[in-house]
Design a binder for this molecule. Structure first.
Ligand code: ADP
Ligand code: MG
Length: 246
């Protein structure tokens, strides 16, 4: 459903992505792991064109685009089918929880207030926030903020959910409630790409693990292949260091 080929990207003189190939099937839950600074966030951002690769191609179902030639129609179509959850919660401070989730439905999808409200209520129920509809972000915990962000992303009914270290900025005791919600999203059958340092979680929810190193996909396989039979010393060392840190 999603195929990225030979994606290259530099910030100034620094080459960050060195020719990434990644192919994702509908319903896949792919966790992307790898050392900090290796281009994981940048790769997710290439998919919805938040950053512009210098070369490479993307195919998303029938949409095809060569990054060398900007195609606004293709970019728009891909954006409509993806939703991203960021490390630093994608919620607006001046809107209530309910308004945050209704917002993209009304503003981007041009749904009526009534329809938007109905969808938002459903999504907020799934993430356990039905009691917080009228709260403002300043009144919420990090876990509740991130669950609002996930409800907001899911409300647009994307084909692919992109999660960028969704639990990294949470206090440890709030991580589990967010992982539970991500697990529900993944088991609902929606295609997920998840950048995470939660190795055990990645192992449990993913059908594939991609190890990125120095701007390249350095290993790609089932959780068993990646975690139990690491194919390189780099990967083995990375897994060991994650194990020690977390
Ligand atoms: N907007 C930017 N401008 C310049 N350099 C950037 C920018 N965003 C990221 N980088 C650099 O690109 C590299 C990859 O970043 P990133 O994709 O965030 O890595 P990761 O998510 O794997 O930690 C890092 O060296 C980072 O400092
Ligand atoms: Mg990152």
């Amino acid at each position: 459903m999603l195929e990225l080929k030979n994606i290259k990207l530099s910030y100034g003189n620094t080459q960050v992505l060195n020719g990434v190939d990644l192919s994702v099937k509908r319903g896949d839950v792919v966790s992307i792991i790898g050392p900090s600074g290796t281009g994981k966030t940048t790769l997710l951002k290439c998919i919805n064109y938040l950053v512009k690769p210098t070369s490479g191609t993307i195919a998303f179902d029938t949409i095809r685009m060569d990054y060398a030639k900007v195609d606004k129609g293709a970019i728009q179509s891909i954006r409509c089918r993806t939703a991203m959850v960021f490390q630093q919660f994608n919620v607006f401070k001046n809107m209530t929880v309910l308004q945050n989730v209704m917002d993209p439905l009304v503003v981007v999808q041009r749904k009526s207030e009534q329809e938007a409200r109905q969808i938002a209520l459903q999504e907020l129920e799934k993430v356990g926030l039905s009691a917080k509809l009228d709260s403002y972000p300043s009144q919420l915990s990090g876990g509740q903020l991130q669950r609002t962000g996930i409800a907001r992303a899911m409300a647009v009914r994307p084909d692919v959910m992109l999660f960028d270290e969704p639990t990294s900025s949470l206090d440890p005791e709030l991580v589990a409630e967010v992982l539970k919600v991500i697990q529900d999203v993944a088991s609902s059958g929606i295609t997920c790409l998840l950048v995470t340092h939660e190795m055990q979680f990645a192992k449990n929810i993913s059908n594939r693990i991609v190890f990125m190193d120095q701007g390249l996909v350095a290993a790609d396989g089932s959780p068993a292949e990646i975690f139990e039979k690491p194919s390189s010393l780099r990967l083995a060392q990375f897994l060991k260091s994650e194990h020690t840190q977390h």
